[in-house]
Design a protein around this ligand. Structure first.
Ligand code: UDP
Ligand code: MG
Length: 320
């Protein structure tokens, strides 16, 4: 058992990993207890794993998990928490956008008795306008969609107490939105504010496709509102249709103007079909996730672990 665990998900981060290691070492050296740096290699295709091995051989505090393929950032965090042995666990990105120095501040708060200390971004540096705008919109949309209090502009950079971790480990849902789960768990939570730095090197590992999937996971995992909205829309459109039918019937029975109107007919057909397909899509998002859940596949598969588990040796095993 160590006092502090730092969980770092890494996916193709060969360009930053040494610097991250250095900065984390410097910070964790200033803490009052033992610590481990637990890297989770999320199926990197570059030299990330070799570098981790190099560090792990030299330094006892470095441990790692190696996935059999890329399972995604949220799953990597989950695996890190599964294997973290610390009394307090810090989750941090590898790219140094989250300044490691803040960990000391988080630890202070933890000692004051908080169980979750999350870091709220008051500014984001060096990110594209598109990223900032979509992130801004996403956090507000999420807030509007869910009844739960998920803090705005807050990523996964946070410290959690072991008892919160123990609860999270018991939640094996597949469409994972870890920050939502942490809010759901409750306990005593507080925020510290920070300015998000630029990526140290390399490019974002969150292309648009992953971002969309991530936001849909967040919203569908914590809200039925899209489904409610679909039924409300359906209801409203039925009312409109009913009125429209009465008008059409009136025109047919009492006037001679029924031959014209081809354009409006085509528009109506296209519009209603569009709406129906969108609603089916919304339902599909939920059904797909239900399907994923019932299959009960493991969240991730480990190829290898170093320094984790019961014995401090290289171990190979499958989880769950
Ligand atoms: N990451 C991961 N698996 C993925 C994508 C990202 O483990 O499939 C890691 C990545 O290495 C980094 C963190 O998750 O440590 C956040 O990713 P990134 O900095 O690219 O996201 P952004 O800050 O651009 O949102
Ligand atoms: Mg980043």
């Amino acid at each position: 058992m160590v006092k502090y665990s730092v969980v770092i998900p890494v996916y193709n981060e060969a360009l930053v990993i040494r610097e991250t290691y250095k900065r984390l070492k410097r910070v964790m050296g200033q803490t009052d207890g033992s610590y481990e740096l637990l890297f989770v290699n999320d199926g990197s295709e570059d030299e990330t794993l070799d570098m981790l091995k190099e560090l792990a051989v030299r330094d006892d505090t470095v441990k790692y998990l190696d996935f059999s393929r890329n399972f995604g950032h949220q799953i990597a965090i989950t695996a890190g928490m599964d294997y973290a042995s610390g009394e307090a666990i810090v989750i941090i990105d590898a790219d140094l956008q989250d300044p490691p120095e803040l960990i000391l501040e988080m630890i202070e708060k933890w000692k004051e008795g908080y169980d979750v200390v999350y870091a709220k971004r008051i500014k984001r540096k060096g990110e594209t306008f598109f990223k900032k705008a979509t992130a801004y919109a996403f956090y507000r949309l999420l807030r509007a969609a869910t009844e739960m209090d998920i803090p705005l502009d807050t990523g996964d950079f946070r410290l959690i107490d072991r008892k919160v971790r123990d609860q999270l480990v018991g939640m094996r849902e597949r469409s994972r939105f870890v920050r939502g789960l942490v809010s759901w768990v409750g306990f005593k939570q507080t925020a510290i504010e920070y300015e998000r730095d630029e990526r140290f090197a390399g490019e974002t590992k969150y292309p648009l496709k992953k971002m969309i999937r991530f936001s849909l996971d967040g919203i569908t995992s914590f809200s039925y509102k899209p489904l409610k909205l679909a039924s409300l829309l359906g209801f409203l459109l039925s009312v409109v249709s009913a009125i429209w039918m009465i008008v059409v019937l009136y025109l047919k029975l009492f006037t001679h103007s029924t031959v014209t109107g081809w354009s409006s007919l085509v528009m109506a057909v296209l519009f209603f079909n569009g709406v129906v397909l969108i609603m089916l899509g919304v339902i599909g998002e939920y059904i797909g996730r239900i399907y994923d859940e019932v299959k009960q596949r493991p969240l991730y598969i480990l190829k290898e672990g170093w320094g984790v588990g019961h014995e401090k040796e290289k171990v190979s095993y499958y989880v769950e």
